[in-house]
Design a protein around this ligand. Structure first.
Ligand SMILES: Nc1nc2c(ncn2[C@@H]2O[C@H](COP(=O)(O)OP(=O)(O)OP(=O)(O)O)[C@@H](O)[C@H]2O)c(=O)[nH]1
Ligand SMILES: [Mg+2]
Length: 285
């Protein structure tokens, strides 16, 4: 079976990132980055695909029941807001394609259920997350207190993720009451070493800006790590940029229309050299 790879086609104009997104609150972030690292910019502008791999950003979204996690995802991915509450069962999953400095990047958002009875299902999706987003309701102080436990649980299973603390339902507060809540939220963010954002899925306030910041921070840090690792080599194959290195076992896991490459190792082969036998793919070396 020949490998029909997902051609990473053009992305919509509102998913093209050419400038580094800034933090929401300068005193409430551990990430003082205000621009892409020069090495990252150079690697992308010279289209040095030898260094750039197929980029997937995995973000998990956690937080108390009904704080507004799903509404945030729906506002960002589909630009809709549904006032009627439908609790998430287990985990929902959304994929958004971006172009960051002209490199195709895919954002996977795992929107988990806040209900206690689904907690163990949600936890199995924390593994491998590069971004942890803990949401709380700006009008519901107990949901802010609970963010500590959510952050601990999610980070225990992720791999040194970039951390965000996101307040929702900002439209429900007057400026004066919001200012009060923000003071407490900033304290929590600093203690959790997370970046604080305040959003409203109803009005859309700060939702797109937040997800753009997620993409910029993670793209910059992941690519810089890869460039500095000096181990990886990549191959430009067709429109896909696939990072290939190491030994010969490559497992293709079809995820909907999205192909996700996982491997116990890689080898410098053209993808067309791979033939399928059973569930495994064997390189022809
Ligand atoms: N006014 C206002 N209401 C919101 C906002 N975001 C969510 N809501 C409302 O809050 C309720 C819960 O929103 P959801 O996004 O479903 O909450 P959730 O965190 O996904 O809940 P679970 O899936 O049960 O964990 C819904 O009735 C929404 O209409 C917001 O920004 N402003
Ligand atoms: Mg939900």
């Amino acid at each position: 079976m020949s490998v029909t790879r997902t051609v990473i086609g053009a992305v919509p104009s509102d998913r093209v990132i050419t400038k580094f997104s800034q933090a929401f609150h300068p005193d409430a972030t551990p990430y003082q980055k205000v621009n892409f690292h020069p090495k990252v910019k150079a690697a992308c502008s010279e289209n040095r695909t030898g260094r750039v791999g197929l980029k997937i950003t995995k973000a998990v979204l956690v937080g108390d029941v009904s704080v507004g996690k799903t509404c945030m995802v729906n506002r960002f991915c589909h630009d809709v807001f549904d006032r009627e509450y439908k609790a998430t069962i287990g985990v929902d999953f959304e994929v958004e394609k971006f172009s960051v400095l002209s490199i195709p990047v895919t954002l996977q958002v795992w929107d988990t259920a806040g209900q206690e009875r689904f907690k163990c299902i949600a936890a199995s999706y924390y593994r491998g997350a590069q971004v942890v987003i803990v949401a709380f309701d700006l009008t519901d102080e107990p949901s802010l207190h609970n963010t500590t436990k959510w952050m601990e649980d999610a980070c225990a299973n992720a791999d040194e993720p970039i951390k965000f603390l996101v307040g929702t339902k900002k439209d429900l507060l007057s400026p004066a009451s919001y200012a009060e809540v923000e003071k407490l939220a900033v304290k929590y963010a600093n203690r959790l070493e997370a970046e604080f954002w305040a959003t409203s899925s109803k009005t859309g306030e700060n939702v797109q800006e937040f997800f753009f910041r997620v993409m910029c921070l993670n793209f910059d840090c992941a690519l810089l790590r890869e460039l500095e690792s000096e181990k990886g080599t990549s191959k430009q194959i067709g429109n896909d940029l696939i990072r290939v290195q190491g030994s010969t076992q490559l497992k293709l896991q079809m995820l909907g229309a999205q192909m996700e490459f996982q491997s116990s190792g890689w080898s410098t082969l053209e993808a067309s050299d791979w033939t399928r036998s059973g569930q495994d793919w064997k390189g022809s070396t």
